[in-house]
Design a binder for this molecule. Structure first.
Ligand code: ZN
Length: 133
């Protein structure tokens, strides 16, 4: 609610002229200046983390986590960093399952479990990424 500068009459917020005295209540507010788009730089750690996730899951996980923390700074790479973390985590889980299988069942099954889980998750993650990007 605003009031007329001339007579003090209560005015509707959208009123430009006071209905009681005819004084112009306010000039239309100028449109706010456009906010400049934030600049974005390549989130290199997120990219490196995602690549490493496929080959060296532990290194990929570390790089992706650091990359995720740099998302705000770089204004990019969030999807890449999350994909890197997921793929790395799946790779590590697959390795752990494979190692447990190796200890429990022997070397032939180690290879089988490792290939089954890691390849499965890797393909699944690639597919999920392809759908997202
Ligand atoms: Zn007035």
């Amino acid at each position: 609610m605003k009031y007329c500068k001339n007579c003090g009459n209560a005015l509707d917020d959208s009123a430009y002229v006071c209905p009681a005295c005819g004084t112009r209540a306010s000039t239309p507010e100028p449109a706010p200046a456009p906010v400049p788009a934030p600049t974005s730089t390549n989130n290199i750690l997120a990219i490196v983390g995602l690549v490493l996730a496929f080959f060296v899951p532990v290194a990929g996980l570390i790089c992706s986590i650091i990359g995720l923390r740099k998302v705000k700074e770089c204004n990019s790479g969030k999807g890449l960093a999350i994909a890197g973390i997921v793929i790395s985590a799946l790779g590590i889980v697959s390795e752990v399952i494979a190692i447990i299988a190796y200890i429990a069942l022997g070397s032939q099954l180690y290879q089988y479990f490792y290939e089954f889980f890691y390849e499965f998750f890797r393909e699944y993650a690639s597919l999920a990424m392809a759908m997202k990007f």
